[in-house]
Design a binder for this molecule. Structure first.
Ligand code: AHR
Length: 515
């Protein structure tokens, strides 16, 4: 089943490149007893100390006029709860390997300041620290994913962090935590052992990092002896397959639970273009890099299969999303961008890729939650809005912890100036209550596509759903019109003899529920 599913996805992709546009696209959704469960953690998020993600975004401080709980905006708490975010990664990113956790605990007025050297050179007062983050995760019902400092830390600082967070009592760090007002340890399973160690984490070679990783991981202990630790090694930059190969080869299995991968979508890395004012050519290029995720995941997984045929180590795509130029007049180091239907296309297609690779991809984190890169929430003073990406993530959360249903289809192509991309992307799942969900994306900027859904294997009589689309590809939700792009009800259709036909408008995301 493993191999079958991957090759189906691959074959589909290869086919689309050569297939000519066809009137109707046939998609067969079936049931496969050995299919994996789509981990809810694929729907994770990432909040870094970067620009206005934490300070002036999530965290406004207890004295703020903006309604808050322990300094975190209530409107964002509500929005993230509604989104059912399963996990949240913090405090970086590149910031993580400059962060010394002890500076962010204890009385806030006694905490030292620090300069955020990666992002805008701003001075931070450390008022949002480990207690603030972990308590926020408890409020959200999300599992914390702590990306801990390796690049400018020591094994002692790192292991004391684990002890501070997880030890019950009677150890120096646990007692220090209690002095700071938290008696019980938190539940933190996910630990990142550094970030981008090939770059901002220390410019290490894969071989050197593999050794450093082994050293740090050796001293990490699950003090609670409950759920075990899930240690995630800093992973490859995009298509650096050598990095994955070395980690998988050189790190013993008992020391590692996950290997990360970072890949962003953009027009051109050195000429990213505006987030709102872009041409079709720029849209096409962005989608090309977004769809490359399928190849990346396939190839990194193949390396992992070689060293870990029993699939005990997860591929964790803990940074993904669209990256454009910052909005005019904003700090270039703050990475603040708007979010249009292009971002909805990136979100829909990327999540479909992760779902279809659920066997190896067990976790992923969209970059980033608030006011940075492909954010789900934007704020301006007291105002807050939900982006098209937020709506896609919410529509897709029906796949969380549901069983993958394999799909077979030949996509028509989205053609632009002699190049072709697969226009349609699909994934499907069946949840515990037996409900079937199918998420479809049409990235074509102009063409509507008729989808002929074959559901003969499934007991589905009727399909209803939610669709996200807009008049123009460049449309977005602004603070003046925060509800311009909203998911709409998709009129329900009958399934006759296992077949249903749906029309998929240009640049749209549709999630169907079968009953
Ligand atoms: O998400 C922004 C930055 O992108 C992160 O800090 C870093 O890990 C990556 O290069």
């Amino acid at each position: 089943m493993k191999i079958l599913k991957r090759s189906t996805v691959l074959m589909t992709f290869a086919f689309t490149i050569f297939a000519s546009a066809q009137e109707t696209t046939k998609i067969k959704v079936s049931e496969e007893s050995e299919a994996p469960v789509i981990s809810k953690h694929i729907y994770g998020h990432f909040s870094e100390h970067l620009g206005r993600c934490i300070y002036g975004g999530l965290y406004v401080g207890e004295e703020s006029v903006v309604p808050n709980t322990a300094g975190v905006r209530n409107d964002i708490i509500d929005a993230l709860k509604e989104l059912q975010i399963p996990n949240l990664r913090w405090p970086g990113g590149c910031f993580a390997d400059t962060y010394h956790w002890k500076d962010g605990v204890g009385p806030k007025d006694e905490r030292p300041t620090m300069v955020n050297r990666w992002w805008g050179g701003v001075t931070e007062d450390n008022s949002f620290g480990t207690h603030d983050f972990l308590n926020l995760c408890e409020t959200l019902g999300a599992e914390p994913y702590l990306a801990a400092n390796v690049g400018s830390s020591t094994v002692q600082e790192f292991t004391e962090y684990v002890e501070y967070v997880l030890h019950k009592g009677g150890s120096p760090m646990a007692e220090w935590r209690k002095e700071h007002g938290r008696d019980e340890p938190w539940k933190v399973k996910y630990w990142g052992v550094g970030n981008e160690m090939w770059g901002c984490g220390g410019n290490m070679t894969a071989e050197h990092y593999a050794d450093v990783y082994r050293q740090y991981a050796t001293f990490m202990t699950d003090w609670t002896n409950s759920d075990g630790l899930f240690r995630i090694a800093s992973g490859a930059n995009v298509d650096d397959y050598h990095w994955t190969e070395v980690l998988m080869r050189d790190v013993p299995k008992h020391l590692i639970e996950g290997v990360a991968l970072h890949s962003y979508s953009f027009v051109e890395w050195n000429e990213k273009g505006s987030s709102i004012d872009y041409s079709e050519e720029q849209y096409f290029s962005t989608m090309k890099t977004a769809l490359k995720m399928d190849t990346l995941v396939t190839k990194h997984s193949a390396i992992m299969d070689k060293y870990d045929p029993d699939n005990t180590i997860a591929l964790v795509v803990d940074e993904w999303g669209g990256w454009y130029e910052v909005m005019e007049g904003t700090n270039p180091g703050f990475l603040y961008q708007q979010n249009t239907m292009r971002d909805a296309m990136i979100a829909g297609t990327t999540l479909n890729i992760f779902n279809n690779h659920a066997e190896r991809v067990k976790m992923a984190n969209l970059a980033q939650t608030v006011n940075v890169l492909q954010a789900v929430v934007l704020t301006e003073g007291e105002k807050m809005l939900l982006t098209p990406t937020y709506h896609v993530m919410k529509m897709y959360n029906v796949h969380q912890d549901a069983k993958l249903l394999p799909v077979e289809f030949d996509s028509p192509t989205y053609d632009f100036e002699g190049e072709a991309l697969p226009a349609i992307s699909v994934s499907a799942s069946k949840d515990e209550s037996g409900d079937v969900h199918i998420s479809l994306v049409n990235i074509d900027a102009h063409k509507e596509h008729t989808i002929n859904l074959s559901l003969e294997d499934l007991d589905v009589k009727r399909l209803s759903g939610t669709i996200l689309t807009s008049e123009n590809l460049q449309d977005y939700n602004s603070f003046e019109t925060p509800d311009a792009i909203q998911p709409k009800e998709f009129s329900s259709i009958k399934v006759k003899k296992g077949i249903a036909e749906v029309e998929l408008p240009p640049f749209s995301v549709l999630v169907l529920k079968g009953e």
